[in-house]
Write a protein that binds this ligand. Structure first.
Ligand SMILES: *Cc1c(COP(=O)(O)O)cnc(C)c1O
Length: 387
């Protein structure tokens, strides 16, 4: 089955074999518990909704299908999914090797919880060069943690090359695929072992649900993750599972439109005399454009750019946008704009931000699916606000 068809049907096949109803859309099963007829016979399939719930399970099947994985799990947030992977795979003394340009919340839990309280070693490398990964592998390295492209500088890493290297060293590769979604990038096909998502972003796509997901094909690891999902308890609610199931049906359509709009905006910004630099993997001048072409089937809807001038100019532009809404998060149908230095990445010390290239003139866009002419006009109007 092709991606678009799976996005609509997997997990919601109508039950035509019995019962009173053959819903085309799976019901929201709110029941927290499920009855049994006999003391020693468990209920049909479900016992208690933390352990398993029909609506969540429908979503989990679909999530797995979209990443070409055998198994999927749905969590109450992206961070809950990240945490469950760490709880499941790491013990004191293990080492995480991570891309230095990760989502802030992931860095925060690695540093402030797993490293500080649980004696998990942690090192960051610039994973754009596989050699840096090779040089940083230790005897106790258990996980390599990647995002590609990264947030907000849109740096890529080579999932295939890094996975090959990792497997020679018995290391598990986790890829946070939130930025691309499985529509544009399939890390498991490239050799990664585990994919994690914030479904809050593109997968749900409508900025009205917070959730997370893990997809993988290793059955033993899946069973451990599922055990810990039930044990630690950070499951996605039935209502949110319904929302993500519904959102996923239009994921292919949305991703195509996000990308079509993003390419036009990237080109527009790239040719503006007020813009110093645009970071978008679809531009030929992106340093890893060739890797992007090889590794992804599209370039997505995220980009960032450096405006000429100082903080005043950036502020005038950010506040001059009307359709691009000034807010954190990404991946919804509506266009968002944000200022990493004072919003998503403000937790980083100034020196570290500057070392990474997150200056006060860096602006990040999550390009939505509105009409492109309105989006371009909005950007032009905001540029006109700069004195
Ligand atoms: C948002 C995000 C997360 C965290 O997900 P939540 O749903 O906010 O907990 C993790 N990784 C990436 C890349 C994200 O954008």
């Amino acid at each position: 089955m092709e991606f678009e068809t799976k996005a609509i049907h997997v997990g919601e096949e109508p039950n035509l074999t019995g019962g009173d109803s053959s819903d085309v859309v799976i019901p929201i099963h709110l029941s927290s518990t499920f009855a049994r007829g006999k003391l020693n016979a468990p209920p049909n399939k479900y016992e208690y909704s933390r352990s398993g719930n029909p609506t969540r399970e429908a979503l989990e099947k679909r999530l797995a299908a979209l990443e070409n994985a055998r198994f999927g799990l749905a969590f109450s947030s992206g961070m809950a999914a990240v945490t469950t992977i760490c709880l499941t795979m790491l013990k004191a003394g293990d080492h995480i090797l991570a891309f230095d340009d990760l989502y802030g919340g992931t860095k925060r839990i690695f540093e402030k919880v797993f490293n500080t309280n649980f004696n998990i070693e942690l090192s960051y490398v610039n994973a754009t060069d596989v050699q840096n990964i090779e040089n940083s592998i230790r005897k106790n390295t258990r996980l390599i943690w990647l995002e590609t492209p990264t947030n907000p500088l849109m740096k890529l890493c080579d999932i295939r090359a890094i996975s090959r290297l990792a497997h020679e060293n018995n290391i598990t590769v986790v890829v946070d695929n939130t930025f691309m979604s499985p529509y544009f990038q399939q890390p498991l096909e490239l050799g990664a072992d585990v994919v994690v998502h914030s479904t809050t972003k593109y997968l749900n796509g409508h900025s009205d649900s917070v959730g997370g997901a893990i997809m993988l094909s290793d059955e033993a690891l899946f069973n451990q993750l599922k055990f810990n999902q039930n044990t630690a308890g950070a499951i996605l609610s039935p209502f949110d599972s319904f929302l993500v199931l519904r959102g996923l049906k239009t994921l292919p359509l949305r991703m195509k439109q996000h990308e079509e709009n993003a390419i036009k905006i990237a080109n527009f910004l790239d040719s503006s005399p007020l813009v110093q630099k645009v970071y978008y993997p679809g531009l030929k001048n992106h340093p890893q454009h060739e890797l992007a072409k090889r590794q992804m089937s599209g370039y997505g809807g995220m980009m960032s750019f450096v405006l000429k001038g100082g903080p005043e100019e950036a502020k005038a532009f950010l506040e001059g946008c009307r359709i691009f809404t000034l807010a954190e998060s990404l991946g919804g149908v509506e266009s968002l704009i944000e200022h990493p230095a004072s919003m998503t990445h403000s937790y980083l010390p100034k020196e570290e931000r500057e070392k990474l290239g997150i200056s006060h003139s860096l602006i990040r866009l999550s390009v939505g699916i509105e009409n492109i002419n309105d989006l371009l006009t909005d950007i032009q109007n905001a540029l006109n606000q700069i004195k």
